[in-house]
Design a protein around this ligand. Structure first.
Ligand code: HAM
Length: 426
């Protein structure tokens, strides 16, 4: 039985050492995406349910099986966001997308899907995503995919260890002919397929291509290749994307079965997979979409990467860990008067930007030196009654064990000189 203090299944508590690993991938996003003109967007964690229903698609697993939907006290149907695109489009449509212009935004934060928890599959998970909204051009899709490629490289997930799968879903004009061909193929086998697919045959036949049921897989493999059935404009668009990726040396594999689990996609779709982290191997996915918001058609392209899966991948690839937290000085005090004086010194040094730890309980010298050692501080400042009376402090260099006596009044200046390399980045 689960202990009362355990987090709910599919959710996690993140402790400081883990948060440090998270910050590596978060900071890389904050550094990289602005270099492509993107700015950060923060949208609410919950939205009106219809924000997700119409954009993600009524027939998707997310909408049908996974959303956390509830009624608030005003009997409004609300949903915890299962992904970041729909809320971003709502926010941008609300702000106004100027005619002929575009918005470039990125986001980081928790998303919620009621899936069966497994390694790399959480109920509260976290995405880092980008959206470029307002314009349609294959070069924007290429740039987006290049940005993801570079982002993964920056966090030590190189392209030669992953696979970038690429496909096109064409546009609304292609849906009719492709849908007819798929329906004709699946109709012949439909009584051997799962209940969801039996329904999807008439409601949204493309969704069948995304079904993971073993009974349906065999028939999905023999289905006609949708890319062959697209009209010339969609094929030209896709060729421009593949040519652009080749120009930028971004390796990719064509995967005609890739439709992605959301219905808003048109044209380019892509997914990055890493085989070393088990069944949940999609570390990022995205594509071009058209989302209608309140009668305004918002075209866009973007991707989202799952932070938990990025971290599992980094671990598997033995990516360098984040540096341990910096401690410049540890203050040791012997006696109450010294402790009070050291607390003043700690406050002053922290105001100046030094990272300072100290003992606040008046423990014995041995215990304090042990703590100082464990903290990793390069310098320890020891104050007792004698030093207090003389207006000095003992400075111990932990690397050489050398001790010097410093005038108390000069501590900040002398420390500034000893710690010059670290102080430079303050
Ligand atoms: P998605 O493929 O549903 O796309 O999710 C993107 C990424 O989020 C996945 O590749 C995976 O790394 C992570 N992810 C999804 N579900 C879970 C889960 N239950 N546990 C852990 N990680 C998970 C989207 O969400 C689209 N909004 C991406 C997009 C942006 N398309 C255009 N713009």
């Amino acid at each position: 039985m689960a202990r009362k203090s355990e987090p709910l299944p599919g959710t996690s508590d993140l402790f400081p050492d883990e948060c440090a690993r998270w910050r590596v991938v978060e900071q890389a996003a904050h550094h990289l995406f602005p270099r492509y003109g993107y700015g950060e967007l923060r949208t609410p964690i919950f939205e009106r349910t219809d924000v997700f229903l119409h954009s993600i698609g009524d027939e998707t697993d997310i909408v049908q099986k996974e959303m956390y939907t509830f009624r608030d006290r005003g009997n409004r149907s609300l949903t915890l966001r299962p992904e970041g695109t729909a809320g971003s489009i709502r926010a941008l449509a609300n702000k106004g997308i100027p005619q002929g212009d575009e918005w470039r935004v990125y986001y980081l934060g928790p998303m919620f899907r009621g899936e069966r928890p497994a390694a790399g599959r959480k109920r509260q998970f976290h995405q880092i995503g980008t959206e470029c909204v307002g314009k349609i051009a294959p070069a924007i899709d290429v740039e987006t995919i290049h940005m993801l490629h570079l982002y993964l490289r920056e966090i030590d997930i190189p392209a030669d260890r992953t696979r970038l799968l690429l496909n096109t879903r064409g546009t609304a004009d292609d849906r009719g002919p492709v849908g007819d061909a798929l329906r004709e193929h699946f109709s012949a086998h439909i009584d051997q397929m799962c209940e969801d697919c039996q329904r999807r045959l008439n409601t949204n036949v493309w969704r069948i291509l995304d079904c993971k049921e073993p009974a349906c897989q065999a028939h999905i493999h023999t289905a006609p290749t949708t890319t062959d059935l697209l009209g010339q404009p969609s094929r030209d668009y896709f060729h421009a994307v593949t040519d652009g990726l080749a120009d930028l040396d971004v390796p990719f594999e064509l995967d005609a079965r890739l439709v992605r689990g959301l219905d808003y996609y048109q044209h380019t779709v892509f997914e990055v997979v890493f085989e070393g982290i088990g069944a949940q191997n999609s570390i990022a996915g995205g594509g071009r979409y058209l989302i209608d918001f309140g009668g305004v058609a918002c075209p866009g392209v973007g991707f989202a990467a799952g932070i938990e899966r990025l971290l599992l991948t980094r671990e598997e690839l033995q990516a360098p860990p984040p540096p341990p937290p910096r401690v410049d000085v540890y203050l040791v005090s012997l006696g109450d008067a010294a402790l009070r004086r050291q607390q003043q010194l700690a406050a002053r040094l922290r105001e100046l930007g030094f990272a300072v730890l100290m003992d606040l309980e008046g423990r014995g010298m041995k215990a304090q030196m042990r703590a100082a050692n464990k903290s990793g501080a390069g310098t320890v400042l020891i104050l007792g009654d004698n030093e207090l009376a003389a207006g000095t402090i003992v400075c111990k260099d932990m690397a050489t064990s050398e001790q010097q006596e410093w005038p108390l009044a000069e501590v900040a200046t002398r420390l500034g000189t000893c710690l010059a390399p670290q102080a430079a980045d303050r």
